[in-house]
Ligand binder design. Sequence first.
Ligand code: AMP
Length: 401
Amino acid sequence: MQDIDFRGKKALVRVDFNVPLDKDYRISDDTRIRAALPTINYILDHGGAVILLSHLGRPQKKRKADGSIDTERFSLRHIVPHLSQLLGREVLFCPEPVGEMAQKMTASLQPGQVLLLENTRFEPGETQGDETLAKSWSELADVYINDAFGTAHRAHASTSTVAQFFPKGAKSMGFLMQAEVANANKVLHHPERPLTAIVGGAKVSDKILLLERLLDFVDNLLIGGGMAYTFIKSQGGQVGNSLVEEDRLELAKNLLAKAKEKGVQMLLPADSVIADKFSADAHTRIAPSHQIPEGWMGLDIGPKAIEAFAQLIMSSKTILWNGPMGVFEMEPFASGTKAIAEAVARATEQGAFSLVGGGDSVAAVKQMGLADKVSFVSTGGGAMLEFLEGKTLPGIAALEA
Ligand code: AMP
């Protein structure tokens, strides 16, 4: 993007403004909007005009009772006042994502002006990667910039198809996308060692590809969250009523064997905070993770596990974290995730590089106020997971074609 001359040009910028809105359409977390500002400001400061494209929610899947699109609930116009405030300039809004009005408004756009088009997903062709739709968007601008890392794993019209209508040299990643890719590549391709990956979250089945890939290059693999119990059971442990995926026991066993073969230190939580029901007011106690009585379930890693995990984290030079260590949304089961977040923050303070990416671990570090104490927090849940799994992301590939 730094090689493109934006003077007098119109740039079509795909951003990810898919932010959470409350019932009064107020933005409850503007991280994604802030993350796109450097790209937008750079283009404006370099003499260009910006046409913003984004999706918001799933308007096609959540149509109104009469079958029509809920143009109120899913409108990007709710974003305009805040975006305008953050940019310190007026943001024009086109109430249609494409068509005559979009053509008119973009035609008269002057350098230094910003125009936000309505939700790309109001058009059914968006998620189908429709070429006609993509071409219409491409005709509005001279340059295409994709800064929507959060949707880079989707081959949609505005994230991928549209890029084919711009020649090389007139399309690029934005700064956010560049940072996401550079930080993930740092972990994947040139990590300072030891490299420790921490993987948690609910299920093994969601993270199979990630776990398999990680075993090829990490030094330590720490497993927490609900997925730990499938591994523990696969080794003959008694896990009571903990979350177990019976159909993944064999896979779990194989992953443990593969770790051994490859000399990866794969650590399961030695103990757990167990509860007699899945509830914040459950009775709780600490038990060895392989001796959880019937009627009880492991909902967080225990103190011994925290100590062992934290020790490895503190001795690491590169740390990758995906997924919480327990049901951190409930206070009695948040200690494990909190302690791990603190250990990652301390290791970072001592010079380690840490990347938190993909899903709920991002929410956890934010909730704990530690987001600025780690090296990089990814804005792309599913996209980061797929990037780490080694998949080619359509949104990135299209820019290189
Ligand atoms: P993921 O989206 O795969 O990262 O999973 C995150 C979810 O896993 C969170 O909602 C957690 O509450 C849940 N989780 C973490 N640990 C456990 C556990 N021990 N048992 C059940 N669910 C868990």
